[in-house]
Design a protein around this ligand. Sequence first.
Ligand code: MEV
Length: 310
Amino acid sequence: MSDRAWSTSAPAKVILLGEHAVVFGKPALSVAIGLRLRCQIRPSNVSTLNGISLTQQNYSYVSACLAKHNAGPTAVVTDSDFPSGSGLGSSAAVTVALLAALSSAEGRLREDVVAKEAFEVECEVQGRASPIDTSTCAHGGGILVKKEGSDGLLWEIVKDTRRWCVHDIKVPSMTLVVGFTGKAAPTGPLVAKVKRYVDRSTFARDIIDEIGDITLDGAAQLAKGDLEGLGRTMTKDHKLLAILGVSSPELDKLVASVLPHSYGAKLTGAGGGGSMVALTDQPQKVMEVIRRKGGQPFVGVTGVPGVRIE
Ligand code: MEV
């Protein structure tokens, strides 16, 4: 790495449909939103994140990114508009932004390469993962992941028997309000919990299939600009995710309280805490309700760029 600093940023993501099922190779639909994580790297005597030395135990995503690029000691500084563990893709955003900074320093930044490397880092650290979070943070805009490639195909990612074709999709103007429960929830254990359930239960496998099916319905509704239909599909997805055991009383409470003012609402990301998202045309009202119920609201502006050099 040359002696200068390299700065990048990557957006937060909101999964509209398909989380968890996508880890089993099913489709998923997500958007990047206008909250960003910024990352700066420069050569140093020891590797640090925000001034704290990297060890085997802490900051595994950062260490894995540095190892992937065989980087010498590096000072990494991050600064984020959104909390970590909030279900908005903080680990994906830090991974994508850091890999992009390392690639820029090497003079070879490519969005598809960053997306693929970031997926490998997530698998390494998280245990099991899909490319939905990392591809959304890398590309921005709207993303549909599914088995077969079609119009808008960006890249294809294969892992053991699973194959995800990552597509760029047009996102109509719409308002998303995110409600953070305030409870950070790491993704790895929730993904592992769903895997255990699916391994021993045909019922759980049917739920995964159903989430995959309704995700494709939702993608068609989004493409037609049918926000009422998409909202209904999102609410249905929340119920299926709750049956899988990844909702929480806080998430259920926030989802139920915003439904009278929304087309639909659901948990977003791994669940277990983290955040929910509402599709609504009454953002102020929904934000007020989320605040009243103890959550932290954010407005998710869509149509934002993916990873970029700052
Ligand atoms: C987490 O944001 C989304 C999950 O589906 C995990 C993944 O896709 O890697 C729960």
